[in-house]
Design a protein around this ligand. Structure first.
Ligand code: MLT
Length: 264
């Protein structure tokens, strides 16, 4: 068994002033997916936007990258920055990490933002898919994984009409290291069921989902909305799995309104 690496120091942006919002990207992406939110919200809030272990500019330790370990990395970052509580937002795998964070340290979470994610664990078919993707990464590298993922991440509309955006997303995926891909894929396959946690989430929660998301489509968001007591669900028109980049204005507006209401 590969020894655990212990907490990893994350590369991150820390911009703006005000109530802290921690934004966590999905797989196999990096903190660049939150660029429009950083630009739009930095005047009103402090945005902490890290690269998870094995992604972007953060090192990839050998072995499995469990969601709980990624959550511990985030806690280490908040501790280093002297931040006691934050609004915690996660996109897809970042949502799985946000669930782990909440499970371990609910007192550090002021509110949750769950973007195109789900509470259910992988089923048998899902785990087989992960194993195939791990093989693909090991045998043919990140570019092959990116080729598989890109059409599932973006809506057809985005893919056909916004070549620059598709290239930007592809570049993020291609620069993820193989240990980063493999570690996260195995970590996602092993992740716990967060469905029982949903009813325990006592903090206000904003759930966003792209109207055309095929990876974590609307029924997953509906399930979270039904079970999380103080939750609001918003469907982002025209977006696929990556609304923070595909429909930034709608996402910015939803986050701004949600956080403003927390303060009032
Ligand atoms: C992600 O976008 O983080 C992943 O596609 C989530 C997953 O594969 O379960």
């Amino acid at each position: 068994m590969t020894p655990r690496s212990g907490p990893v120091e994350l590369a991150y942006d820390d911009v703006g002033q005000g109530d802290p919002i921690l934004l966590v990207h999905g797989f196999p992406l990096d903190r660049g997916i939150w660029r429009p939110q950083i630009e739009a919200l930095r005047d009103s809030y402090r945005l902490i936007v890290p690269d998870l272990r094995g992604h972007g500019e953060t090192v990839a330790p050998e072995g499995v990258h469990e969601m709980a370990e990624m959550a511990a990395d985030l806690r280490g970052l908040l501790d280093r920055l002297g931040i006691e509580t934050a609004v915690v937002g996660g996109h897809s795998m970042g949502g799985y990490v946000a669930f782990s964070f909440f499970r371990a340290w609910p007192e550090r979470v002021r509110a949750l933002i769950l973007v195109d994610t789900r509470a259910e664990p992988d089923n048998e078919r899902g785990r087989r898919g992960r194993a195939e993707m791990i093989r693909l990464a090991q045998e043919r590298g990140a570019a092959a994984v990116a080729r598989e993922m890109l059409p599932r991440l973006l809506s057809e509309e985005t893919l056909e009409g916004r070549a620059e955006l598709a290239e930007e997303v592809n570049d993020m995926m291609v620069s993820t290291s193989v240990p980063g891909l493999v570690g996260a894929l195995q970590g996602m396959a092993d992740r716990p069921d967060s469905v029982p946690l949903l009813k325990e989430i006592a903090v206000p929660t904003l759930i966003l989902v792209g109207e055309r998301d095929v990876l974590t489509p609307l029924p997953y968001a509906d399930r979270m909305h039904a079970d999380i007591p103080h939750s609001r669900l918003e469907v982002i028109p025209g977006a696929g799995h990556l609304p923070s980049l595909e429909a930034p204005e709608a996402v910015n507006q939803a986050i701004r309104l949600f956080v403003e209401q927390l303060q009032s």
